[in-house]
Each structure stands twice: as structure tokens, then as C-alpha cells.
Design a protein around this ligand. Sequence first.
Ligand SMILES: NC(=O)c1ccc[n+]([C@@H]2O[C@H](COP(=O)([O-])OP(=O)(O)OC[C@H]3O[C@@H](n4cnc5c(N)ncnc54)[C@H](OP(=O)(O)O)[C@@H]3O)[C@@H](O)[C@H]2O)c1
Length: 295
Amino acid sequence: MPAQIISGTEVAKQIREELKQEIDELKEKHNLIPGLATVLVGEDPASQVYVGSKVKTCEALGVHSERYDLPADTSQEKLLALIDRLNKDPKIHGILVQLPLPKHLNETKVLYAVDPKKDVDGFHPVNVGKLMIGEPDYLPCTPHGIQQLLIRSGVKTEGAEVVIVGRSNIVGKPIANILLQKKEGANATVTVCHTGTRDLAFHTKRADILIVAAGKPKAVTADMVNEGVVVIDVGVNRVGKSESGKDILVGDVDFDAVKEKAKAITPVPGGVGPMTITMLMLNTVRAAKLAAGLA
Ligand SMILES: NC(=O)c1ccc[n+]([C@@H]2O[C@H](COP(=O)([O-])OP(=O)(O)OC[C@H]3O[C@@H](n4cnc5c(N)ncnc54)[C@H](OP(=O)(O)O)[C@@H]3O)[C@@H](O)[C@H]2O)c1
């Protein structure tokens, strides 16, 4: 039987409706408007699209947003001065520095400069550490989106064999950390695979839940999975242009073949993607509540 399609678009819509209600209440009862600053350096077209979507989502939900688009040759000092100003601005509860930054900028130093209380991406080492010990203020957006997709689609993680392909700091490692916590919606047995893994298929075939964040089309094919697996495909690969000039996007999983064996699978696009921005909004609301002593 073909797999259930887990629609990130639908789940994200549901969470956004809940958030909108919470944002309206915060405004009404506490005169509190969550605020997000986006900082983009340079003109990378994909980054411009991502930042544009984030700003649009803020507007749709009633989140105050400030967009800072800086030229590609912006100096490190100037960027750090902007972050310092935003750290001190009470209207701004979350700061998002769009990655990647141009090569002359030190990404680590820039991310470390964001006040951990405003680090709605969850990339600051303080927040990485808090996640690791099970006491997070913020969960990083894409991994949190994956966890919510599983929970809200009724996929049981407790005791499940979760296999993750990819160990990046923004997807692989944090989703591993989230799902191995002794908590509801987690408590899984987690294996993390990477290019040093000896026999990838040995591990992927053991998975009850397979999360793929490799950044390679068809990194996982049908012969690498077991019947009844739940597949979360995080990959976004641009493989060409449609006749209308739009990017053709595919994930990391051979979707057409794997969906014939899987119990459930996320599509690309329309799977993990829409969840990421939604969880950024959720973190911004949480940051505002934390700052106001309401969380
Ligand atoms: N939908 C969203 O919102 C969203 C958000 C973030 C990322 N993404 C997408 O998710 C994908 C992964 O992103 P990322 O930032 O995590 O990528 P990344 O930093 O490039 O990391 C890729 C990871 O996959 C591993 N890997 C690559 N090919 C492999 C293979 N054939 N077998 C086993 N492991 C393999 C790499 O191993 P090594 O460590 O050994 O090199 C690395 O750990 C990308 O397509 C990205 O665009 C989507």
C-alpha cells in the first residue's frame, strides 16, 4: 500500500493558527508584540527568498519584523555593531542572521554575538548546551519542525529505532539530541550516520523512523529501507528549472520508489520546509514571553 503523505504544509497551517491566536492574546492581555529582526548580508538569491518568506510570515501572524539587508562587503565590525544594537532593543525578541554569510565574515563569531535569549535559531552554544542537557529555551527550527511533524501525524517515537542520515549542526545533531531525550515525543533509540558510516543501508534498513538530511538527491533508495518505515526527508536539492523558470526541488530520498514501501513519508516540497519558518515564529513568541516573564 502506498505511504501516507505527511503534509508539512497542513501541519504548519495548524500550528500557525494556534500561534496567531496566542499572538492576538499577548497583544490584548499584555500589550506584548513579539518582534523578530532578520539580518541578511549580500545578495544570495536563495537567502533573499528565505528572508522574504520569514518577513511575510511575521506580517501574516502579527509579529513585528525589522529587516536589515546589508551589502555583501559589510565589515565584521559593522555587523557586530548591528547585532549589539538589536541585542539591546526591547522591541526585538528574536534575531535571525541568515546563513551562509559571505566568506570574509566569521560565522561563528557572529552567531556567538547574538544574545542567547534572542537566539531564536537555537545555534548559540548556550542553547546547544541547554538542548543537550534536556533544558532548552529554544529548539532549533528545522529539527523542532521534524519532531512536531512526527507528533502531530501520530508517529510514536517512544522506543522507536530512529536512524538519521547526516550530522550537521543545524539538522542531524540537534534532531538526534531532541529525539533521545527522556521526554514525550522523544525517548527513541537514535543512530546517526554520515559519510564515515561503513554500511549505510545496514542502518537505514533497521529504522522505524528514518530522517534524511544529507543534501544529496537519492541518497536513500528503496532497497535501503524496510517495509513500514516512516521517512522524513529534510533534503532540498535544486535539480533544474521548470518551463516557467522555477527551481525544480527534490529531497534526499527517492520519493516515488520509497513511498511504495514506507508507512508514511514527507514530500519535497511541502514536507519539512514549511515547518521551519513556523517554528521560527514559535520561538519568537516564546522569546517575547520569556522576556516578559510570561513563560
Ligand atoms: N527544509 C528545511 O527547512 C531545511 C533546513 C535545513 C537544511 N535543509 C536541507 O537538508 C539537507 C541537509 O542540510 P545540512 O545543512 O544538514 O547539510 P550538510 O551540512 O551538508 O550536512 C550533510 C550531512 O550529510 C552527510 N552525508 C552526505 N552524503 C551522505 C551519504 N551519501 N551518506 C551518509 N551521509 C551523508 C554528511 O556527512 P559528513 O559529516 O561525513 O560530511 C553531513 O553530515 C540539505 O539539502 C539542505 O538544503 C532543509
